[in-house]
Design a protein around this ligand. Structure first.
Ligand code: GDP
Ligand code: MN
Length: 392
């Protein structure tokens, strides 16, 4: 689950990381009053940032500075409602503009192959890190945290020196360790600070330089969310694909793909096998859909609704291996779903295992196209998708 910058900053702050204060505004008026209090507190400018779950907001015109309340209102009104990579901006973050001396990049990601948290740092912050990685891989320095011991101080110091942060050593060490702590605390997949910045701030009668997190991106591990029920509140309904929300509510694992053959399968392994066989038969799957174990008629109907809502779907392949899941339950769900179906899409059904005979009887009576083997089912579905209207 991706969360907004403002929420990510909240998590970082809770872990003791240095994050400058901010306010979230949903209207230009709210942005204006936020700017008024920030300017009244002594800042000479505010920064206004689009809150959308995509990167590159700066390049897209979604990050702007303003020097007065009037200007802040105008800038916010321009950013609110604008579209960034197809997403409409509904809220902005307002903060005192930082006086940036230099921008760095620092992130923690789950390195699945190494089974460890990997820290990546670079002195080339602010820009897209993918570009740095592609053009100048040497500009990125890395270190793994130990699964039990975490990131040792010496590792953090070494990373900081290699990133060119020797002058901010103490702060850099604290931040690097803080990222690892944040990963653990919330079961995050990614914690990315870009830019991590040295900024100039008025201190006691003089100007001081500090290292702060100016941007924050956190991705949470969906599978670990049940361990953190409070984080569920950070899900942004404005940006969730309605299909994903439906799938989650129905207890289905659903991933949309580009092809034309809708697949309804029970079990992740069988779902992958089914997709492979569709491809081998010359077709392209439109989705990965695991209806899970013990699915009843209503879950089957919900799955069918999700598949049919995708206009790319030209044929549906149902492949069920009955174990705990009863074949006749699935057949009943399919019959019910077809009765409510808004769009006539050819369907090929293969049900084996528990109560397969009862399922076959029901499907025959309802005149469904069935298949005995998975190869046959895949071939029929691919043929049906290629010649729509043929009824498989
Ligand atoms: P992103 O483009 O979506 O990654 O958004 P960022 O928050 O990283 O902002 C993009 C760029 O805007 C940063 O790399 C900075 O150069 C600039 N920026 C962001 N916040 C401030 C700020 O407070 N002051 C100044 N001067 N520039 C900022
Ligand atoms: Mn950024």
């Amino acid at each position: 689950m991706k969360i907004q910058e403002a929420d990510a900053k909240g998590l970082l702050l809770a872990q003791g990381l240095p994050v400058p204060g901010w306010t979230v505004a949903r209207t230009a008026g709210e942005a204006r009053s936020a700017a008024e209090s920030i300017l009244a507190a002594g800042a000479d400018r505010v920064v206004i940032k689009a809150q959308v779950l995509v990167g590159g907001r700066g390049k897209a015109g979604g990050v702007k500075l303003a020097g007065s309340a009037d200007e802040a209102e105008a800038v916010a009104s321009a950013i609110l409602g604008m579209s960034i990579k197809g997403i409409t901006v509904r809220k902005v973050l307002v903060a005192a503009a930082a006086d940036i001396v230099k921008e760095f990049y620092l992130s923690a990601v789950l390195d699945r192959a190494a089974r460890r948290i990997l820290l990546m740092g670079s002195a080339e912050g602010g820009v897209e890190i993918e570009q740095v990685a592609a053009e100048r891989p040497d500009a990125i320095v890395t270190v793994h945290a130990h699964p039990h011991l975490g990131l040792a101080d010496w590792q953090a110091r070494d990373l900081a020196f290699r990133m060119g942060l020797g002058g901010q050593l103490k702060a850099a060490v604290a931040i690097a360790k803080g990222l690892v702590r944040t990963m653990h605390a919330y079961d995050a997949d990614l914690v990315e600070i870009n830019p991590l910045a040295i900024v100039r701030e008025p201190g006691e009668g003089t100007i001081v330089e500090k290292l702060v997190c100016l941007d924050a991106k956190v991705t949470l591990d969906d599978s670990a969310l049940p361990r953190h029920p409070e984080l569920e509140a950070l899900r942004d309904p404005d940006e969730e694909d309605p299909a994903d929300a439906l799938a989650r509510a129905a207890g289905l694992t659903f991933i949309r793909l580009d092809g034309s053959i809708g697949c309804m399968v029970n079990g992740a392994g069988l779902a992958m096998t089914t997709m492979d066989l569709v491809k081998r038969a010359g077709g392209e799957p439109a989705n990965f859909l695991d209806i899970g174990g013990g699915a009843k008629a209503d879950r089957v109907a919900a799955a069918m609704g999700l598949i049919l809502a995708d206009p790319k779907v030209k044929a549906i392949l149902v492949n069920i291996f009955g174990g705990i899941t009863r074949g006749d339950e699935v057949a009943r769900g399919l019959i019910e779903a077809r009765a409510q179906q808004v769009r006539d899409v050819p369907m090929v059904v293969r049900i084996v295992g528990t109560n397969a005979a009862e399922a076959a009887e029901l499907l025959r009576a309802a005149r469904f196209v069935t298949a005995a083997t998975l190869d046959e089912a895949a071939a029929k579905a691919v043929a049906a998708a290629a010649s729509p209207g043929s009824g498989a």
